[in-house]
Design a protein around this ligand. Structure first.
Ligand SMILES: [Zn+2]
Length: 271
């Protein structure tokens, strides 16, 4: 679920088409919540529309238009008119909720190095060049496996932790089921044994365990705000899906550490 707002009055329609009946309007400065993006009429080169549930909006969010019913479901808003405000904590299942740590706002916290070690194992390593590390080959042999999925990296295999495989399947299967796979334009890597930011002074990155993926790097650089909802390269529609299965999102990392391309498995226990 993401929170969006508009700088200009925006029509909320009965269908994702420019001619569809207007049910309500979003006035500047008010925020709405959405959890689904669909394809509809192309406007200014952007064919994406947010599907919203009128009954789930804050009372002041939608202003009824003429005789329109602002509380109905579904309703549609052209994505190009909306700006990303925040990714709201998704309605994660009780199982995921009790198996992850959350911040006060409900977003999922990543595991620290101790947590990563306890869930995915401890390895010996030597320092490499430019913040990379070389992991003991016996650990690699027993933990890192090839993985592929049609929704990511053009179905080409990449290396992941064997315990993470089933969770990547859950995420990418759902991304496909929701028709969002075409929004994954770049795969920036998963298992990359290294320190955070390739800085030897920093802790080991979760990429060292093969439990994190970087997506759409070009539009979601480290330390930068995520690409806006509805724009090319945006990963915002993927956040609720990753969260649902226990992945933390780098877009929820605070301040300068924000890393919107990054999703990492954060379950406290994996059988
Ligand atoms: Zn990453």
């Amino acid at each position: 679920m993401i929170k969006l707002s508009s700088k200009n009055p925006l029509n909320v329609r009965m269908a994702p088409t420019l001619g569809a009946q207007i049910a309500a309007r979003i006035l500047p400065g008010t925020a709405i919540v959405a959890d689904k993006i669909v394809e509809g009429d192309d406007f200014r080169g952007n064919p994406h529309w947010y599907q919203i549930d009128g009954s789930q909006q804050a009372a002041s969010a939608l202003t009824p238009f003429k005789n329109g019913n602002a509380a109905q479901n579904p309703l549609f808003v052209w994505a190009g008119g909306l700006e990303f405000v925040d990714a709201i904590a998704p309605a994660i299942s009780p199982a995921t909720s009790t198996n992850t740590q959350q911040r006060p706002d409900g977003t999922i916290k990543p595991l620290d190095v101790t947590g990563l070690q306890s869930v995915f194992g401890t390895f010996n390593y030597t320092e490499g060049t430019s913040g990379s590390i070389q992991i003991d080959s016996a650990w690699i042999h027993s933990n890192i496996v090839a993985y592929s999925h049609a929704a990511v990296n053009k179905n080409r295999p990449f290396d992941v932790h064997q315990k993470a495989k089933a969770y990547f399947d859950l995420v990418f299967n759902e991304i496909q089921a929701q028709g969002l796979q075409d929004g994954i334009l770049e795969f920036g890597g998963c298992w990359v044994p290294r320190h955070i930011c390739h800085d030897p002074a920093k802790a080991l990155s979760s990429h060292s365990w093969g439990v994190a993926v970087d997506l759409n790097v070009s539009w979601n650089g480290y330390g930068r705000q995520p690409a806006p909802a509805g724009s090319i390269g945006s990963v915002l529609e993927l956040v609720p899906i990753f969260n649902k299965y226990g992945f933390a999102w780098g877009g929820h990392f605070g301040g300068k550490s924000i890393d919107p391309m990054h999703f990492e498995l954060a379950l406290l226990h994996i059988p």
